[in-house]
Design a binder for this molecule. Structure first.
Ligand code: MIG
Length: 631
């Protein structure tokens, strides 16, 4: 049962399209004082959800803040990443789903201050609360997903392998990647372009010094079944004569300060302005710009920096220099040293800046800080609306960095700037179910890690998880060790694992579609299926993928095996190279299994079959009628 409660006059986030009638009675289960909600938890309650965040599948014991942030260090103490996903489920004797539909800052203290208490602080005065009660967590998830509408489905080729790196600048770089994969007989479907392809970081431009003939390059790669996926940034360069800037200025499509002047921020190109995606006309206009690139043969995009990330604002930058000047001729001791560093660090993503610009909405002028969490969502929705018209439904690939629930209907997300850390393999795994609950099914992390240097074994182990997840992309930061699989000695090992991805695609794709159509989980924690089994409920390093298989990847360096929990009897298939090396019935219970660097273990549930295709060089190349079945 879903109940809706309204407070003040909420801004319609469009997270929910068909709203049930609001109730007038007092909010049950919570004590509410102004905008602070509290409720108690039993000792054994698990709290699932909250989408993209650090730490566990069970969110208990930490504070999470919904405030879309350009956070490049996903460490345990962090409270916010790029998305705002205000849905969680209390799972214990009582099962309750809670969705706080509010586009501003919301803080979820889940047993952090007090282990047996949930405290929710909502900064806006206007918001809606949905409560969902049912007898199982999975039923609550299904009801919620039905409420927020069907998730985005990308084209089939988007389930292939993608190679990316910040730094692929030119045509030559693309051809090198193509050659690296094809010569080494590694399958590939996508090469991503980061900001390097643009002319001076200007959206919807291509640097003609780097590409003699972009369109021809794109079509040649496509003949080889490789799609090129460029990045689009939220900020638009301030430059007279640049059509996007000129048109936006003429029509008043950029966000403005309190005096009605365009709010100038600093991002990649230096001085930039922010398209007002909350303004319907501006949104349509910006979305239609993607056609500049689709006309050149592009069929997919990733939207970045749309929290929006701000390096500085002109206003703030000035203040920082004035502040620093005060120290110029002084004896800089400890505290002054801290103050100087803080002054520089606080320049980026400053709350004062977010409070200093406005959107023109159908409901009138609104301060950005009050709807901050919708910016990336609305940017991506604008792109999606246009791409649907230009290329057709399920014909375009799109994913975003920032997000809010509702955006799941338009695109996927990637998990942002992780690191080449072993703990981030596990974080990748743990985020899948939390995101699935909020409607984000097409999702994945930068495999191999974005920041810091990867190693061969890290990449192999990460791939052993990544081949099961919808968005498969190896991406890394400028200046880090090159991490395309062909940079390493263990090419055969990589080849076996990457080929298995394509062999599994009939199963993975079908599971993906089923999870979208049935509002179900794609990657599920064991505790959602074996609800009465305490060991399954507490298991946070294994996943069910679809309804037939379980995975238990390794996420520790130099480990040669790991502990696995089987909540029921299953059959283990050990894949090595191009075939199954071992089949074994495993009893219910705890066990330890060895997994070599070139092996993938899949646990098949009883009475289920796993279809396998033949190896293929691209998704297009898969023969979906020629399948063998493991059972
Ligand atoms: O502040 O475009 O998360 O994937 O490579 C860095 C450069 C901006 C952040 C994205 C990352 C991308 C990078 N971008």
């Amino acid at each position: 049962m879903i109940r809706r409660f309204t407070y003040g006059i909420p801004f319609d986030t469009e997270a929910v399209l068909n709203k049930p009638t609001a109730e007038n009675c007092k909010l049950p289960y919570f004590e509410k004082q102004d905008n602070i909600l509290s409720c108690s938890m039993d000792e054994n309650d698990i709290v699932w959800g909250l989408g993209e965040n650090v730490r566990g599948m069970n969110k208990r014991g930490h504070t999470y803040v919904s405030w879309c942030s350009d956070e490049f260090e996903h460490s345990e103490e962090k409270n916010s990443l790029y998305g705002a996903h205000n849905f969680f489920i209390i799972d214990g004797y009582r099962k309750l789903g809670v969705f706080i539909d509010c586009p501003g800052r919301v803080t979820f203290d889940i047993g952090d201050s007090e282990y047996e208490k949930i405290l929710i602080t909502i900064e806006n005065k206007d918001y809606e609360i949905y409560l969902i009660e049912n007898d199982s967590v999975i039923s609550i998830i299904k009801e919620f997903r039905k409420l927020i509408g069907e998730s985005y489905i990308p084209p089939k080729w988007a389930f292939g392998i993608g190679q990316s790196r910040w730094g692929y600048g030119s045509e030559q770089d693309l051809l090198k990647v193509q050659e690296g994969y094809r010569k080494n007989k590694l399958p590939l479907d996508m090469i991503y372009l980061d900001i390097d392809y643009m002319d001076n970081f200007k959206d919807f431009t291509v640097d003609s010094n780097k590409y003699r003939d972009f369109k021809t390059t794109i079509s040649k790669l496509k003949e080889d079944d490789i799609r090129v996926i460029p990045i689009i940034d939220a900020g638009v360069k301030v430059e007279d004569g640049y059509d996007v800037y000129d048109e936006g200025m003429k029509n008043g499509y950029f966000c403005k300060d309190k005096d009605g002047k365009e709010f100038i921020v600093g991002v990649w190109p230096g001085k930039s302005v922010l398209p007002d995606f909350l303004n319907k006309d501006a949104s349509k206009w910006f979305g239609d710009k993607y056609k500049v690139l689709t006309d050149m043969g592009i069929e997919g995009f990733w939207n970045d920096m749309n929290e929006p990330a701000l390096f500085y604002s002109e206003k703030n930058k000035q203040k920082v220099f004035e502040h620093l000047a005060e120290y110029k001729d002084t004896n800089v001791g400890l505290y002054a040293n801290f103050a100087m560093k803080d002054a520089v660090n606080f320049m980026a993503n400053n709350i004062e800046d977010y409070k200093s610009f406005y959107h023109e909405t159908e409901k009138g002028k609104i301060c950005h800080a009050d709807i901050h969490n919708l910016y990336g969502y609305k940017m991506t929705e604008s792109a999606s609306n246009s791409l649907k018209e230009i290329l057709g439904k399920e014909k375009y690939l799109l994913f975003s960095r920032a997000s809010y629930i509702g955006m799941h209907r338009s695109s996927g997300i990637w998990m942002g700037d992780n690191k080449s850390w072993w703990s981030h393999i596990l974080l990748n795994l743990k985020m899948i179910p939390s995101l699935n609950m909020c409607g984000f099914i097409y999702t994945g992390a930068d495999l191999g890690g974005f920041g810091s240097n990867t190693t061969e074994d890290l990449l192999l182990r990460w791939y052993a998880l990544g081949i099961f997840l919808p968005l498969f992309r190896n991406h890394s930061c400028l200046g880090t060790r090159e991490q395309e699989p062909y940079q390493f000695k263990a090419l055969d090992k990589f080849r076996g694992i990457l080929n298995l991805r394509y062999r599994l695609l009939p199963y993975l794709y079908e599971s993906f579609i089923a999870s979208v159509k049935n509002n179900d989980m794609y990657g599920s924690p064991l505790g959602l299926i074996w609800t009465e089994d305490e060991d399954a409920r507490r298991c946070e390093d294994q996943l069910l993928i679809g309804d037939s298989i379980m995975i238990a990847p390794i996420y520790e360096q130099n480990a040669t095996g790991r502990h696995v929990y089987l909540p029921e009897e299953m059959k283990l298939f050990r894949f090595k190279g191009s075939d199954v090396a071992e089949e074994k019935i495993m009893d219910r219970g705890h066990c330890y299994i060895h997994i070599a660097l070139d092996e993938i273990c899949i646990f098949l549930r009883k009475n289920k079959k796993l279809p396998l295709a033949k190896e293929a060089a691209s998704v297009e190349d898969i023969d979906w009628n020629d399948l063998t079945y493991l059972e």
